[in-house]
Write a protein that binds this ligand. Structure first.
Ligand code: HEM
Length: 406
């Protein structure tokens, strides 16, 4: 490994992190970077930092609390006040002790057992959505199926009336851009405006639930807030908004990416259709193969030595989850889709103290959605052979995925 090769690979990735080639298929770029060094310095994102593409290195960082979470917006700026304040109160960007306190409250609702309670509602919702398209023989998986499904489920869990959830599509599409590393000033400005609207919406809803509690997450959090001083008003609002974003965006991507992966691997589609009991393993493989969250970030709270590299205090670290999940040192035939892969210790839901709280819910939604689609319909074909990916580096997200079927 020479310095020249190192620099050349870095230059390639630096000029390409938002290129159409990268967006279409980031994996060759990840492979190149990893083969030079699984931790290397780069400056193609807004803030320069360490690009981590190796599995072991990603795990080491995610489990080390000296690598801290922080909100991605500059704290000194007077701009984007609403967005900054709300992100500041989200557990995703908090460290101990606040992180533990907030996470404990919400995790009570996201246990496997509680999520199982939603299974029949998810199945009913999936069937209802498929009934609406079955005679048309064509649908956009993103807007006709994955998005309304994720939206109806998170609305149900949170306690948002189903008829009010339509506005969430635009809101979440805008907000996800504010936490992506490609975000522009325009995206931040519209994210700030959207946050204002979400604050008005949730303040009203919280007020209604205070007067008339229901069997939902918002009412439960209000009860916690009223019983002790464990949750502030602002944290309650931030938690609702975090769950809306997290509950929509990544689950939609998991369902759409799974279907695209199957259509690009017809032999695996047949195998899954003939062996429905493979569904759990198949979803794990889709999570690994086209990880909905491709990247997360941390900042070093002190100088840290990792596999011969010194990461200095206050330096940014970008963990490319999508790359770690294709590390050949960890996964045999890492670039091959294998719906029977076992074991499959992917990092799609993160690792360590911030491990995804919604993983059980997302898994059940995806399992029921894909299983039901394959059992009810057949002869699936892509309408466009090359579906477009959204311009995000942190998320693997299709703009649309139109398919025909019988
Ligand atoms: C396929 C779907 C999903 C994927 C791939 C995903 C991925 C992730 C990842 C990678 C993290 C860790 C981020 C980090 O360490 O910086 C995370 C955290 C989180 N996710 Fe998910 N997520 C999904 C679905 C959901 C759903 C459905 C919900 C809620 C309804 C949810 C709620 C959360 C929350 C609250 C956190 C923050 C946890 C913390 O900071 O302690 N996620 N998710």
């Amino acid at each position: 490994m020479t310095n020249g090769l190192h620099l050349e690979a870095l230059k390639t990735i630096q000029s390409s992190l938002t290129s159409p080639e990268f967006l279409n298929n980031p994996y060759p770029f990840y492979d190149k970077l990893r083969s030079v060094n699984p931790i290397c310095w780069g400056n193609s994102l807004k803030y320069p930092g360490w690009y981590v593409t190796g599995y072991e290195e990603a795990v080491a960082i995610l489990k080390d609390t000296r690598f801290q979470n922080r909100i991605p917006l500059p704290q000194t700026s007077k701009k984007y006040e609403h967005l900054k304040h709300i992100q500041n109160d989200m557990m995703l960007f908090k460290n101990q002790p606040d992180h533990k306190r907030l996470r404990m409250l919400v995790s009570k609702v996201f246990t496997k057992g509680v999520v199982e309670y939603y299974r029949s509602y998810i199945k009913e919702t999936v069937d209802g959505l498929l009934n609406q398209v079955q005679h048309k023989k064509i649908m956009d998986i993103v807007s006709d199926f994955a998005f309304p499904l994720a939206s109806l489920i998170i609305a149900k869990v949170l306690g948002v009336p189903a008829e009010e959830r339509h506005q969430f599509r635009e809101w979440t599409v805008t907000l996800i851009q504010t936490i992506d590393f490609t975000r522009s000033r325009k995206a931040l400005a519209s994210g700030n405006d959207t946050t204002k609207m979400l604050l008005v919406y949730f303040r009203e809803l919280i007020q209604k639930r205070k007067q008339n509690p229901q069997d939902d997450l918002i009412s439960m959090l209000i009860k916690e807030e009223q019983q002790g001083d464990t949750l502030t008003d602002e944290e309650l609002l931030a938690t609702c908004i975090l769950l809306v974003i997290a509950g929509h965006e990544t689950t939609v991507n998991l369902i759409s990416n799974s279907i695209l992966s199957l259509l690009n691997h017809p032999e695996q589609l047949i195998e899954l259709k003939e062996n429905p009991s493979f569904i759990e393993k198949a979803i794990e493989e889709f999570l690994r193969y086209e990880s909905p969250t491709q990247m997360t970030a941390r900042m070093a709270s002190e100088d840290i030595e990792l596999n011969g590299t010194t990461i200095k205090k206050d330096e940014h670290v970008y963990i490319f989850i999508g790359a770690a999940n294709r590390d050949p040192k960890k996964f045999i035939d890492a670039n091959v889709l294998d719906i029977t892969r076992n074991p499959n210790p992917h990092l799609a839901f993160g690792y360590g103290s911030h491990f995804c709280l919604g993983s059980s819910l997302a898994r059940i939604e995806a399992q029921i959605a894909i299983h039901t689609l394959l059992q009810r319909f057949s002869n699936f074909q892509l309408v466009t052979l090359d579906p477009k990916w959204r311009k995000l580096t942190g998320f693997r997200s299709l703009e649309e995925l139109s398919i025909t079927f019988d």
